[in-house]
Design a protein around this ligand. Structure first.
Ligand SMILES: [Zn+2]
Length: 78
């Protein structure tokens, strides 16, 4: 979603937001904070999830790119 590269799902990380439609998720390259930030700057999350995502939530999601690349799914946050 951020860099618009086509990748296998195993190389992507999926973010879900409770207010968004069920099953709707935003995909970003796994381990790529750059991709994540690009997605934010393009309002990709809002467009993909069809809801406004609060800053706190985005900040929370961004923490997934700092410590480890072993994170497989951010949906466990919810
Ligand atoms: Zn990407």
């Amino acid at each position: 979603m951020g860099c618009r590269t086509k990748r296998e799902r195993s190389q992507l990380i999926r973010f879900r937001y409770p207010d968004a439609d069920k099953g709707r998720g935003a995909w970003v390259c796994k381990g790529s904070k750059e991709c994540f930030l690009k997605a934010i700057s393009r309002k990709g999350f809002e467009r993909t999830l069809k809801v406004a995502v609060p800053r706190e939530v985005l900040a929370n999601w961004s923490s997934h790119f700092e410590d480890t690349e072993e994170v497989t799914s951010a949906s466990s946050l919810y």
